[in-house]
Design a protein around this ligand. Structure first.
Ligand code: ARG
Length: 475
């Protein structure tokens, strides 16, 4: 019986067909096909360079490029059928190229290895996803700014330990998330930079023997740096860790926001209403409107953290240079990209459409002695040392509690029993409106400051949107 030789592109030294089970485990094409636009872009840069350097002929390069673009169209149109035996997207594209143009296609892989090829593709991918994520972050920030403006007049209880603490502007609260997202945006800019080094020319691990022009490829693909050590270049996945970490921090922020949306929309709080379009009903309880999207954002945090830990663990103890373990970087990365994008978009939609119950906010401010700090500070401003003022106020609160009254419901006479310095102006001082107005400090919740910050923030989001546009080069 005649032996069937391996049909793999790498099958030369094989005398047998490999076991089909190997494809089942070895193939990454079911998930890495999404790298095809980056793979083709990288190959075009490589082939142009090969022709410029006289390593292949110009007309050969032209045919290869033409055919690569056709393959891109093919995959754009149908990416549901990839043969498992093609292993990965890199081999699939090369095989298609050879099927289409024969021997000329076989020249594409000159001076290149899949090791530096995949290192390039994932860098191009991560760079682009940093910009896309940045764009989604800016959109969410815009929703926060619009809402802050819409509800600039609303005061809510601010919490510590989830106990009513001091009054804050609802807008001040929203702008706290704006700040978190600014740092998230910056983290994705840094991640972009960590992926911004061009590895091609490293070949399998030791560098190429051909007179390649690495600078040309670097400039053609708009990279900032050229990798400086071939072993490192083909095995470095730090930039993916950076992406996964930046994503983990962002989703952590979103999960906090999700939690607040969930509790604030309960009957117990009833402070906000999530728009009906972003809630779902229950199959058994007809009255229900559940905040599923917010819950899913909170829940997806688990897998996004997990993806970071997965890659950390894959990389731990890995010897130089390329090892097949590195193929395990892709599913966590692709999953995080997808889940974070969904979560950011869900949050933008929900924030843009939430409604605040202003009456309820006023109601909430009436309980919990929320301006007790203001009363203490009132005394300090009348000359009482802060520690004493704190104690006196504590006594007043205890007294009011016993009487079943709030601070503003006490008579001046009652208050005077605790300090003769208390005058009629105290009632103004302990109003929530006065409380927030007084907090004029940079970073505080006074309407003046918040309005000023809002103006700045509106400019900032425009700069960020410009920054993304400037760097964005879709393939
Ligand atoms: N699919 C592989 C990966 O994702 C591409 C690189 C394969 N290199 C190799 N020497 N087998 O890592």
């Amino acid at each position: 019986m005649s032996e069937k030789k391996s049909e793999k592109l790498w099958g030369g030294r094989y005398s047998h067909e490999i076991d089909s089970f190997v494809d089942e485990m070895n193939a990454s094409i079911p998930f890495d096909w999404i790298l095809y636009p980056y793979d083709i872009q990288g190959s075009i840069a490589h082939v142009k360079m090969l022709a410029r350097q006289g390593i292949i002929k110009v007309d050969e390069a032209d045919r290869i490029i033409q055919s690569l673009l056709e393959i891109k169209n093919e995959i754009d149109e149908d990416h549901t059928h990839f043969p498992m035996e093609d292993e990965d997207i890199h081999m699939h594209i090369e095989k298609r190229l050879i099927e289409k143009i024969g021997d000329v296609g076989k020249k594409l892989h000159t001076a290149r290895s899949r090791n530096d090829q995949v290192a390039l593709d994932t860098r191009l991918f991560v760079r682009e996803k940093c910009l896309e994520t940045g764009k989604l972050i800016v959109e969410l920030q815009k929703s926060f700014l619009d809402k802050s403006e819409e509800y600039l007049d609303v005061i809510i209880p601010g919490y510590t330990h989830l106990q009513r603490a001091q009054p804050v502007l609802f807008s001040h609260y929203l702008l706290a998330y704006y700040e978190m997202l600014t740092r998230d945006f910056q983290r994705f800019v840094m991640t972009y930079r960590s992926a911004d080094s061009m590895p091609l020319g490293s070949a399998a691990l030791a560098g190429s023997t051909f007179p390649v022009d690495r600078d040309f490829v670097k400039n053609f693909l708009n990279f900032h740096w050229l990798s400086r050590n071939s072993l490192d270049a083909v095995s470095d996945r730090d930039f993916i860790l950076d992406f996964l970490y930046s994503s983990a921090v962002t989703i952590m922020h979103l999960s906090r926001l999700a939690e607040e949306l969930i509790i604030w929309s309960t009957a117990e709080f009833s402070l906000i209403q999530i728009d009906e379009r972003y809630t779902t009903g229950s199959s058994i309880m007809p009255q229900k409107r559940n905040p599923d999207l917010a819950e899913l954002v909170r829940g997806k945090t688990g897998r996004i953290y997990g993806n970071l830990l997965t890659l950390f663990t894959v990389l731990k103890g890995l010897p130089l240079a390329y090892n097949k373990d590195l193929q395990e970087d892709k599913e966590p990365l692709f999953d995080t990209v997808k889940q974070l994008s969904l979560s950011l978009r869900a949050m933008s939609k929900m924030i843009a459409t939430i409604k605040v119950d202003k009456e309820r906010a006023k109601e909430m401010l009436k309980g919990g002695f929320i301006t007790a700090t203001d009363l203490a500070e009132y005394l300090v401003k009348k000359g009482v040392p802060f520690r004493d003022a704190h104690r006196i106020t504590g006594e007043i609160v205890a007294y009011a509690e016993k009487k079943g009254k709030e601070l503003y419901e006490l008579e001046l006479e009652e208050l005077k029993r605790f300090s003769s310095l208390i005058e009629n102006d105290v009632f103004e001082a302990i109003m929530p409106e006065t409380s927030v107005k007084q907090r004029k400090v940079t970073g505080g919740t006074s309407p003046d400051y918040v309005r000023e910050l809002l103006k700045k923030a509106k400019q900032e989001v425009e700069w960020r949107a410009e920054f993304i546009k400037k760097h964005f080069q879709p393939y």
